[in-house]
Design a protein. Structure first.
Lengths: 441, 763
């Protein structure tokens, strides 16, 4: 008792302390040799500063070599967002800011923006985290080159990115104001959580730009054709987001919104399943019977302008799907829209959109899972699993024998046997036995 | 204490024999000390029965006294769990129980796939004590003590059974033999809450009533036979033995030309009522008319009708015509019968013989075709010392008793002979069928012994001979006669003393076997400290309790099927497979997950929502029943389903040996089971080579296994139970192998040049 209360008191103190320390939402790490933000904050990418300002996110600025650089305090993450600007050196203060802590930061739902550049490097730990995830940015001095899409007067450097290069317009849309792109390119692995944002054209490649005579060889090139990417997003399973851009010029308001979870964020407000003939708001059943008629309902909200609003599926490809599975799906159904609703009972605001489906359970007993697995690129993942037991028919839930027409012949024959036997007994005892009884007497 | 009680009961059982002999000598209205002899006999019999019951119950209590009131082994844990379900729910719920905590995710229609007799019996006792006698007893204690209680009843029914075969002397001997014979005790010690616990009682009861019904041709006894048969069907799958033995008895009697209306009445009553009753058990259902195992009973039922008709015809027509009638009808019936049986089997109307049935006839059948049956230790053929171990001197009295039955050869003796012959064979094929052999061994042994006592305890000739000899033969000298009596007495004394010694020895042997071999709960292991004191190894309960207390209630635990019932009963967690081996594929899936590499296993684990994996490892303590020793069965069973992916040969070293040391094959070392068993084992030896005490092999420190897809959650005190938690999918989408490797790397070394990675093309 006393121990518990003391413990909670300490916990409270720690929380208060963290709250006081946790003054900043975002951390911007930079290298003074590349952009000396210490002296002049306006050197920060205007898109980033604009975004921080408009979302009223307070940001702390630290250099890579700053020994006070740390992501966690007392096991809690200090920032929600992390912006890693290009560096001139591979070294950095590793004590409390290394590859493992960066991955932990992602595991704690922290978002990271990594800005690369052809003339700068990424500190080794950041690069290895990117490599772990499956993003392999080109080294310093490598640049994306495309002889077929360049401004003619600029020589080798600079690639004219077109609309078709922006493969995820919902996250990073094409802007006509975008000048030619000068920056690195990355190879990416087949990690399913990676969301390519800008894909290089088929005529492009990346190679060290400073060598005057570029011959494309296997060793000298980093990316070739469409295997190169200028910007890549990653959404981890816990919906933490990471983006890597090959050049500061690609940093865009929409990308920042996505990266720092101001858009494309979904929330499953509620999940319900019940038998169609039972009250809807009864507790979620955990036991059904085979062939039951079941209604499954979910409410999904989307974050817009900092508020939860209804999420309506507009595209055929984005439909929400329910799998009713036991090892394999027995049913896989598109959820039908029902209409907007309110997620909480006190609040009348219609902040969630309700989807439902009405289906018959399979004629198979077992432990089934209502699984809603919604993974659409650019949107946060929704995953909901509800395990229920589907039981067999009880002994008194089958049809009675006389309700089955096939059984009539058997019932009739059984009755006939009983009757015949009865008649036989009567016959045996009372009919035609007079002699016997006389003899016995 | 216990053995003393038994000694008492044996000596009291031999005492009344003498009394009875005396009683037979003086037939009319004898009195001893003014009390009628019949009254004394009754009193003695009651006392004997009470002592027999006392002896048989108390000799089964070793485990309770030494350990505690605990459910033993594996299957009893399920029965216990089911009983708890029955007493906490209603019978209706129990009957329609869909168990969502076993065989995840298939579930088990438990209510329809168990024999409810045992649970219902305990439930009835529990309710009776609670509601009628106001004795609220924990259901666990009822379950623990049910088997000893029923063993007392078994002894009494054995008495009645043997009494029908010979007389009450033999009956009393058989009763005490049955009470303490280790062959039966092995399945009925306190805590061994298994179907066999009550099934043997019912077996003897059914046979007793059958003999009675057949002797008297009584519908009443036939009905009682059917009633107990129904109880037996509800309690144990071994009821098929009765279903086949009684028809066989009838069949043999018909062949011997002993058909009578009594047989007809007894059999038809039993068959009609018993079959209808047995079909009321959901697990049995329509088997009695569809399964080949039951066809003999149906066939004999039909045959009996034909014989009855034949008998009637025979009484009406001359014998010459009857002969041709007989020949034609016989040929017709047999052909039709065979065609019908084959036809119905091929059409699928009659279920083909089950694998367990085949393995009864061909001991190699299971090994080749059904590894899951062969893997069960109690399905192995019996080693011959087991017969002596389980029945001691009765095993050599047994043939003598059967021989004596041949001498009399009444209908009931034929029954004993058939029972003896059939069961001797079956007990030789399967260890567990030793259990059904024991009753008949006890009965036959008692018949032989009581016959011997009849002869050698008969001192009437010594008493009666005197006046006769004096009147008829006066010439013989009195000295000669005295010497004669002396030799008679001496020979009798020697034989009697010898057998008295055997009887004492039998009691000692039974007590010793019971105490040393059959009283271990196997949930708790006992060993001796160097100073001789008892040391309890309680790893199983430690680990199960950890599971119960530290994991979410709906956690799914994967373990080899041996431990399924225990996990369900003690840890109350959902299991994938258990000792009710109804789904071979599912068991093979678990086997595959255990014997495959981590990547393959992980997919299976994730697909089945497994949260924890439990392995039994005896290497530290020398506990030989561990999973590595059972591992080849997992491999074989999964090879049966996935012959392309799992190969037994890959798990042997190059020289074809089953090795876990440095010579172990790569497949062996990569298997999840091997890794989980020996994970961090070297750390116990300070990072040096570790030695596995079960297999006597050395695990080199250089091949200490690394785990990527699971992480150690718990290891019990003596490392017998090891629990692993299945890792979640990697948050950023790596495979778990590289994730583990990455988390192990220290600060990354600074590389001069970033090297272009070798990766697959992005789709």
């Amino acid at each position: 008792m006393t121990f518990g209360s003391r413990f909670s008191l300490i916990g409270l103190l720690i929380t208060l302390f963290i709250a006081s320390v946790h003054a900043f939402e975002a951390l911007v790490v930079y290298d003074a040799a590349v952009s000396n933000l210490e002296k002049d904050v306006s050197l920060l990418n205007p898109e980033i500063s604009k975004f921080l300002e408009s979302n009223s996110l307070s940001a702390e600025f630290k250099t890579y070599t700053d020994e006070t650089l740390e992501l966690f305090f007392a096991g809690q993450k200090k920032y929600n967002h992390l912006i890693l600007l290009p560096s001139s050196k591979k070294a950095m203060a590793k004590k409390s800011f290394n590859q493992h802590l960066l991955l932990d930061f992602i595991s704690e739902e922290g978002n990271i923006l990594v800005v690369g550049g052809s003339k700068s490097v990424l500190p080794e730990d950041i690069r290895s985290v990117l490599n772990e995830i499956g993003i392999y940015p080109s080294p310093k001095g490598y640049e994306l080159i495309d002889y077929f899409n360049q401004e003619s007067d600029k020589g080798v450097s600079g690639v004219q990115l077109k609309k078709e290069n922006f493969v995820a317009p919902k996250v990073l849309p094409f802007k006509s104001s975008l000048g030619s792109y000068t920056g690195g390119a990355a190879l990416i692995s087949n990690n399913e959580n990676i969301l390519p944002l800008v894909r290089a054209s088929s005529t492009s490649f990346s190679a060290p730009i400073e060598e005057s005579d570029i011959t494309i060889t296997q060793d000298k090139t980093w990316t070739l054709g469409k295997q190169g990417f200028a910007a890549v997003g990653v959404q981890a399973l816990n919906n933490a987001r990471l983006a890597w851009v090959g050049s500061e010029s690609l940093v865009d308001e929409e990308l920042l919104k996505w990266n720092f979870k101001a858009k494309g964020v979904l929330k499953l407000q509620f999940t319900q399943h019940h038998k169609h003939d039972e009250p809807q708001f009864a507790n979620n059943n955990t036991l059904y019977r085979i062939m039951d008629q079941v209604i499954y309902t979910v409410g999904v909200s989307e974050l817009k302008e900092g508020k939860w609003t209804t999420y309506e599926v507009k595209d055929e490809d984005d439909q929400l799907q329910l799998s009713f599975k036991m090892l394999d799906p027995y049913q896989r159904l598109n959820l039908e829209p029902l209409g907007p609703a309110s997620s909480s009972e006190e609040d009348s605001e219609l902040d969630t959109f309700v989807y439902f489906t009405n289906f018959t359970l399979p004629d198979h007993h077992g432990m089934f899972t209502f699984e809603l697995d919604y993974k659409r690129s650019g949107l946060s993942y929704l995953l909901d699993k509800r395990i229920v037991a589907v039981r067999h028919l009880a002994n008194d839930e089958y049809k009675r024998s006389w309700e089955i027409t096939n059984a009539w012949v058997y019932i009739a024959s059984a009755a006939a046997v009983v009757l015949t036997w009865f008649l036989f007994v009567i016959n045996f005892i009372y009919v035609g036995n007079i002699d016997y009884s006389k003899k016995n007497i | 204490m216990v053995s003393e009680k038994k000694k008492q009961s044996v000596s009291t059982s031999s005492a009344p024999l003498k009394q009875k002999e005396v009683a037979e000598v003086v037939p009319t209205g004898p009195k001893i000390l003014g009390v009628k002899l019949d009254t004394i006999r009754l009193l003695l019999q009651v006392i004997i029965f009470i002592s027999i019951a006392g002896a048989s119950i108390s000799s089964r209590l070793f485990s309770v006294i030494r350990f505690e009131s605990i459910i033993h082994e594996f299957d009893p844990w399920f029965n216990f769990r089911a009983t708890k379900y029955l007493v906490t729910h209603s019978y209706y719920d129990f009957l329609n129980w869909f168990d969502d905590r076993t065989w995840y995710p298939l579930g088990r229609v438990t209510g329809g796939t168990l024999y409810p007799g045992l649970m219902v019996t305990s439930g009835v006792i529990w309710h009776t004590l609670r509601e009628w006698l106001a004795l609220p007893i924990d259901i666990r204690n009822i379950c623990v003590l049910l088997a000893p209680a029923f063993s007392g009843l078994t002894a009494i029914f054995t008495y009645f059974f043997t009494k029908e075969i010979k007389d009450s002397n033999a009956g009393l001997l058989a009763a005490i033999f049955m009470g303490i014979a280790p062959g039966y005790i092995s399945r009925s010690v306190a805590g061994s809450y298994d179907n066999e616990a009550i099934a043997i009682t019912l077996l003897m009861a059914t046979f007793y009533f059958w003999i009675k019904a057949m002797k008297l041709g009584s519908v009443f006894y036939g009905t009682l036979t059917a009633l107990f048969y129904f109880y037996m069907v509800s309690a144990w799958g071994g009821y098929v033995f009765i279903t086949n033995l009684i028809p066989l008895h009838i069949f043999v009697l018909i062949l011997m030309g002993r058909y009578s209306h009594k047989l007809y009445t007894a059999y038809t009553t039993w068959y009609a009522l018993g079959t209808l009753a047995s079909m009321q058990i959901p697990f049995v259902g329509f088997l009695p008319i569809r399964s080949n195992d039951h066809m003999a009973a149906l066939g004999v039922f039909g045959l009996l009708q034909l014989v009855a008709v034949g008998d009637y015809v025979k009484s009406q027509i001359p014998s010459k015509q009857f002969k041709s009638f007989l020949v034609i009808s016989l040929v017709l019936t047999i052909t039709l019968g065979i065609i019908g049986l084959v036809g119905l089997t091929t059409l699928g109307w009659i279920a083909p013989w089950t694998g367990r049935f085949y393995s009864l006839w061909d001991t190699n059948y299971a090994k080749i075709h059904i590894p899951i049956i062969a893997s069960v230790s109690e399905h192995q053929p019996t080693a011959w010392p087991a017969f002596f171990f389980d029945t001691n001197m009765l095993i050599w009295l047994f043939p003598a008793g059967v021989y004596l039955c041949f001498q009399d050869l009444q209908n009931e003796h034929v029954f004993v002979i058939i029972y003896a012959v059939l069961c001797s064979y079956f007990a030789g094929v399967m260890v567990r069928l030793m259990l059904t052999l024991t009753p008949i061994i006890c009965a036959s042994g008692a018949i032989a012994l009581s016959k011997l006592f009849d002869v050698y305890l008969d001192i009437s000739e010594l008493i009666n001979a005197n006046p006769e000899e004096e009147t008829t033969d006066k010439k013989k000298s009195t000295g000669n006669r005295k010497a004669n009596i002396f030799f008679i007495l001496l020979s009798k004394l020697i034989v009697l003393l010898t057998f008295a010694f055997y009887l004492f020895y039998f009691v000692f042997h039974c007590t010793w076997v019971t105490s040393n071999a059959y009283s271990s709960p196997s949930v708790v292991l006992a060993s001796k400290n160097p100073d001789g004191s008892q040391h309890i190894i309680d790893d199983f309960r430690e680990a199960y309790y950890w599971l119960r207390m530290n994991t979410p209630e709906d956690a799914k635990v994967m373990a080899w099927w041996d431990y399924g019932y225990q996990i369900g009963g003690m840890a109350d967690r959902t299991t994938l497979v258990d000792n009710n081996t109804w789904n071979n594929t599912h068991i093979a899936t678990v086997g595959k997950a255990m014997c495959s590499s981590e990547e393959v296993s992980y997919e299976i684990l994730k697909k089945h929502d497994v949260d924890y994996v439990l392995v039994i490892f005896g290497g530290l303590l020398g506990y030989s029943g561990d999973d590595i020793n059972k591992f080849l069965w997992m491999v074989r069973i999964s090879e049966g389903i996935w012959p392309d992916e799992v190969h037994e040969r890959d798990f042997f070293s190059e020289r074809g040996e089953y090795k876990v040391d440095s010579e172990a094959s790569q497949t062996m070392k990569d298997s999840l089971m091997y890794k989980m068993s020996y994970y961090r084992f070297n750390e116990l030896y300070n990072g040096r080579d570790a030695s596995d005490r079960v297999r006597g092999q050395t695990i080199p420190a250089s091949q200490a296994p690394e785990l990527n897809v699971v992480e150690e959650a718990f290891t019990s005190q003596n490392w017998i139970v090891r629990l692993y938690k299945v890792k979640d999918l990697d948050n950023v989408g790596r495979n778990l192998h590289s994730a583990t490797q990455f988390s192990k790397t220290e600060q990354s070394k600074r590389k001069r040049i970033a090297k272009k990675p070798v990766i697959d093309l992005r789709e």
